[in-house]
Design a protein around this ligand. Structure first.
Ligand code: E4P
Length: 217
């Protein structure tokens, strides 16, 4: 399963890329609004840093506007994936842009038929938002199960990108369900590096080693 960073912060992304396990980045208008630089310049810098798919979202709501904005975003860098929300207008834009070879990430997916329609329209990725479903007492990961089941029956090249991730358990469940990608906030990736038994175990290994070295002199 590929791991993407869900962030618009160059600092965040810079801190994780050297790990060598980051495959891409997702941004959205809310994340980019937190940053001071020009959004296009940020997207370009993220692309150069990550050298993998970087989602940049359109803000137009009519298909014609989404199409022209999508074309402009795609020109920023070869790694840009245009993020389009799942709406009636969005589906029209996805069909048009994907027919031109622009890679699309369909965002704000909250049901299985939305994912199916986006795949039919030619989206390269669908982004079901699991955390926001959990927030309204609906099992977000059950939606991932439904989508991976459905896509398993057909030959869509569309990848399932688990979004709105809130904890390492979402990563575990996504991987067990065979999702293609999990996009994670930096805090969730950092949490995966924390395990008391790893810390205690390492401390003991090092102490035992030091003791043995000291006994030899
Ligand atoms: C994904 O592409 C979205 O940017 C993101 O995962 C939304 O997460 P949130 O529900 O935590 O805002």
């Amino acid at each position: 399963m590929k791991i993407f960073i869900d962030s618009g912060s160059l600092k965040d992304i810079e801190s994780l890329v050297p790990l060598g396990i980051i495959d891409g980045v997702t941004t959205n208008p809310s994340l980019l609004a937190k940053e001071h630089d020009d959004p296009r310049a940020i997207i370009k810098k993220i692309c150069r840093m990550v050298q993998g798919p970087v989602s940049a979202e359109v803000v137009a709501t009519e298909s014609a506007g989404m199409i022209s904005e999508g074309r402009e975003l795609a020109k920023i860098d070869e790694h840009v994936v245009v993020k389009v929300p799942f709406t009636r207008e969005g589906i029209k834009a996805i069909k048009a842009l994907s027919s031109e070879g622009v890679r699309i990430n369909t965002t704000l997916i909250f049901s299985a038929p939305q994912a199916l329609f986006a795949a039919k329209a030619g989206a390269s990725y669908v982004s079901p938002f699991v955390g926001r479903l959990d927030d309204i007492a609906t099992d977000g990961m059950d939606l991932i199960r439904q989508i991976t089941d459905i896509f398993g029956h057909f030959d869509f090249p569309t990848e399932v990108l688990v979004a709105s991730v809130r904890s390492p358990m979402h990563i575990v469940q996504a991987a067990r369900m065979g999702a293609d990608i999990c996009t994670c906030p930096v805090a969730v990736i950092e949490q995966c590096f924390k395990h008391p038994l790893t810390d205690i175990g390492l401390e003991k290994f090092l102490k035992d080693w030091e003791k043995a070295q000291a006994a030899k002199v």
